[in-house]
Design a protein around this ligand. Structure first.
Ligand SMILES: [Zn+2]
Length: 480
C-alpha cells in the first residue's frame, strides 16, 4: 500500500481533533491518517517532514476577482493564481459578471471556458447579477444553481446595483431552487447624499469616504437584505462585513435561527480608516468597498468571528498596480479607487494576528480560513477537512517562523503590499493541491495550471430551512 505522499510528524487539525499524525495521500485523496512514523513504513513516493509544524486543510478563499473589469481597470489575470498557493490557499471562488439581457447560462459557460486550464489552484464561481435582471435572466437562476454554481450575488450600490424589488425577485428564485444569495451591502441612497454633502463642504480627500460610507451605510443595507432573505426563505451570505453594527445585525438574525452568514476581510482585521490619511504611503490603497472602518468596528469584527456571528475571513482579492489605481481610478471621495491585493496574505496574516497573538484558537482559525467556506459554499467535505476521502489539499505552517513582508517577494501584480514591513509569525512551509505539492520550503515545485473547476452543491443542513447554525462553530468550547 504505497502512498504517493506522506506528510509526516506534524500537528494535524482534523474535524474532531488536534493531534500529531501522519497524513497519507493516494490518487489525490487523503487515504489514511496514522500515528507518527506509521504510514511511511508502508511505502511513500514522497514525504514532507512537518515536525514542529501545523498541518491544516488547504485554505479556501470564497471571494476573489481575477481578470475582472471595474471602473476602467482590470484586476490581475490568472497567471497570478499562484499567489493563493504561496499563501496556503488551494481553492478560490471567483465571480461570473452578468450584464444586460445576455443569457445567464451562456455567460456562465463563457466565463468557465475563459478560466479553463489557466488556474494554479482549484476554483469555482459565484454569479454576480448586475443592475436589475430581467424576468428572462431570473428564469435562468434555477438552471445555473443546478449546474453547480448555486451562489447568486447582487449589489445594493454603485452602477451595478439592483433595486430592492429586483433583489426580492432574485431571492425568491434562489429560495425556490435551493441556492444561496450573496450580498454586497451598502445603502446607496444614504451614501450618495452623504457624498453630495461632503463635496459641498469641501471634504474631497478620499479619506473622507469613511464619513460618506460609514457603519450606518452598511448596517442599513444589511438589515434590509436580511429582512428580504428571511421573508423569501433564501439563505444569505454577506460578503465583506466591515462595520461592527452590521456584524451585530447578522448576529441578531442568526440567534433567531435565520440562515444568514457573513465574512469579514483580512484587511478590515488588520487596519482602520486612519490609514487612509497616510498620503506619504499612498494610504488610499488601503481602501475597499465597503469602506474600511474604525477601531471599534475592528474590535467588534474579531468578537463576531469568535462568536460565530461571522464565519469566514476572505480577501476580496482585486489586485492591480498602484499606478493603475491612482491614474485610472481616483483619489477623491466621489471616485476613490478600491480593491485589495490580499489573497496571498489572508491566511498568514490571520494566523499571525489571530492565533499567534492569541485572538482566536487554532481550530477556529481553520474554520475561518477553510472549513466554513467549504461548508457554506457547498464544497464540504471534499474540501475543508483533513479526513480520509477528502481531497488532499494540505497546508503546512511553520508556527515558529518569523518573517517580514516585502512586496517584491509576493506573487501578485500589485507593486505594494498593505502589510509591507510587518513582521509576521508563522509561515507557509508547504501547500499541496490534490496530492501534488505546489509550494515547498520557499520554492514553487508544482504545475501552475492544474487548478480544476469545482461544481458545487449546497448542503441543506447548512443553508436549508431549519439549518443547523452551529455547524460553522464546531470548535466552540474545544481547546486549541
Ligand atoms: Zn469583491
Amino acid at each position: 500500500m504505497t502512498f504517493d505522499l506522506v506528510v509526516q510528524g506534524g500537528t494535524v487539525v482534523t474535524p474532531t481533533s488536534v493531534e500529531q499524525l501522519d497524513v497519507g495521500v493516494r490518487d489525490g485523496k487523503i487515504a489514511a491518517l496514522g500515528a507518527p512514523g506509521s504510514l511511511a513504513a508502508q511505502g511513500a513516493r514522497q514525504t514532507i517532514a512537518a515536525d514542529g509544524c501545523l498541518v491544516i486543510p488547504g485554505g479556501i478563499d470564497p471571494h476573489v476577482h481575477y481578470d475582472m473589469g471595474f471602473a476602467a481597470v482590470r484586476s490581475e489575470d490568472r497567471k497570478y493564481s499562484i499567489a493563493p498557493a504561496w499563501g496556503g490557499t488551494t481553492t478560490v471562488i471567483d465571480q461570473v459578471f452578468h450584464e444586460g439581457d445576455a443569457s445567464l447560462v451562456q455567460t456562465v459557460e463563457e466565463r468557465k471556458a475563459s478560466a479553463a486550464g489557466l488556474m494554479a489552484v482549484d476554483y469555482s464561481f459565484h454569479v454576480l447579477l448586475s443592475a436589475n435582471p430581467s424576468f428572462e435572466v431570473m428564469d435562468e437562476i434555477g438552471a445555473v444553481i443546478r449546474g453547480g454554481i448555486p451562489t447568486i450575488k447582487t449589489l445594493t450600490t454603485y452602477g451595478w446595483m439592483s433595486d430592492d424589488g429586483h433583489i426580492w425577485g432574485v431571492y425568491n428564485e434562489v429560495a425556490k431552487h435551493g441556492g444561496l444569495a450573496i450580498a454586497h451591502a451598502e445603502d446607496d441612497a444614504i451614501a450618495n447624499w452623504l457624498t453630495k454633502k461632503a463635496l459641498r463642504e469641501g471634504r474631497t480627500h478620499g479619506a473622507h469616504i469613511v464619513e460618506t460610507r460609514g457603519p450606518l451605510v452598511e448596517e442599513a443595507a444589511v438589515r434590509r437584505l436580511a429582512l428580504l432573505a428571511e421573508r423569501s426563505g433564501a439563505p444569505l451570505y454577506f460578503f465583506h462585513v466591515g462595520a461592527g453594527s452590521a456584524a451585530a445585525a447578522i448576529g441578531e438574525y442568526r440567534r433567531r435561527g435565520v440562515p444568514i452568514y457573513g465574512e469579514s476581510l483580512i484587511t478590515y482585521l488588520s487596519f482602520t480608516a486612519d490609514k487612509l490619511w497616510d498620503d506619504e504611503n499612498r494610504g488610499l490603497l488601503w481602501n475597499n468597498y465597503p469602506v474600511i472602518k474604525h477601531q471599534a468596528d475592528q474590535d467588534r469584527l474579531w468578537s463576531a468571528l469568535t462568536a460565530d456571528e461571522l464565519q469566514v475571513v476572505s480577501s476580496d482579492h482585486f489586485s492591480t498596480t498602484s499606478e493603475t489605481r491612482y491614474e485610472r481610478m481616483g483619489t477623491r471621495v466621489d471616485n476613490l479607487q478600491a480593491g485589495q491585493a490580499a489573497v496571498e496574505m489572508r491566511l498568514p496574516v490571520l494566523y499571525s494576528r489571530g492565533v499567534a497573538e492569541g485572538r482566536i484558537g487554532l481550530r477556529r482559525f481553520v474554520e475561518l480560513v477553510s472549513t466554513n467556506a467549504a461548508k457554506i459554499m457547498g464544497l464540504y467535505p471534499q474540501k475543508g477537512a483533513l479526513q480520509v476521502g477528502s481531497d488532499a489539499d494540505i497546508t503546512v505552517i511553520d508556527p515558529n517562523a518569523s518573517w517580514q513582508v516585502r512586496w517584491q517577494e509576493h506573487h501578485m501584480i500589485a507593486d505594494y503590499n498593505c502589510w509591507e514591513g510587518e513582521q509576521l509569525k508563522g509561515r507557509v512551509k508547504a501547500t499541496v493541491l490534490r496530492g501534488t505539492p505546489l509550494v515547498l520550503d520557499g520554492s514553487w515545485v508544482g504545475p501552475t495550471t492544474a487548478g480544476a473547476f469545482l461544481a458545487r452543491t449546497l448542503d441543506p443542513r447548512i443553508v436549508g430551512p431549519g439549518a443547523d447554525l452551529s455547524a460553522t462553530h464546531e470548535s466552540a468550547g474545544s481547546p486549541g
